[in-house]
Design a protein around this ligand. Structure first.
Ligand code: HEM
Length: 147
């Protein structure tokens, strides 16, 4: 799978100045539409917002370094198994992430950019859930062709 890193990077540059507001919007979006996920998270989301925002920035910064991406995502995926995150939860997270990015990206968002983020999220989810399942199957960020 080719990752369209230029589209991801350009749109993220438009979103980045909004900082932690992006993570706050994401959690509002996710938990309003999927209230059954609320109990997985701690009562106060402040720290969680900071961590998610830091993780997103790290992911985008490592797009051209698939081996870094792979090990970051495998660690994240294994930790998520202990948080109670299941493979079936990932599509809701992906939908809220895309809606959040679209909300903040303004003119930098178009259908090609949406497809690029969706493809990236596919690799992210498959790598995380593959590591959580303790297998090498599923996604492979280092096997993805970086365009
Ligand atoms: C793109 C996929 C995802 C990313 C980048 C992501 C990112 C993060 C990060 C950075 C943390 C902080 C703790 C750590 O680094 O281990 C975290 C915690 C957490 N995530 Fe995710 N996550 C993703 C998907 C999911 C999914 C699908 C769920 C399931 C609903 C989920 C639920 C949680 C929970 C419950 C915590 C712990 C919160 C707490 O300690 O209260 N995440 N996530």
């Amino acid at each position: 799978m080719a990752l369209e890193t230029a589209l991801v990077t350009r749109s993220f540059a438009a979103v980045e100045p909004y900082g932690i507001d992006v993570a706050a919007y994401f959690y509002d979006h996710l938990l309003t539409r999927n209230p059954e996920l609320r109990s997985l998270f701690a009562a106060h989301l402040d720290e969680q917002r900071d961590r998610l925002w830091a993780a997103l920035r790290t992911l985008v910064a490592n797009l051209e370094k698939p081996q870094n991406l792979q090990s970051i995502l495998e660690g994240l995926g294994r930790r998520h198994a202990s948080y109670g995150a299941l493979p079936e939860h990932y599509p809701a997270v992906g939908a809220s992430l895309l809606a959040t990015l679209e909300h903040f990206a303004g003119d930098s968002w178009d259908s090609a950019t949406a497809r690029a983020w969706s493809a990236l999220f596919g690799v992210v989810s498959a790598t995380m859930t593959g590591a959580a399942a303790g297998t090498s199957e599923g996604g492979s960020a280092s096997a993805a062709t970086v365009a």
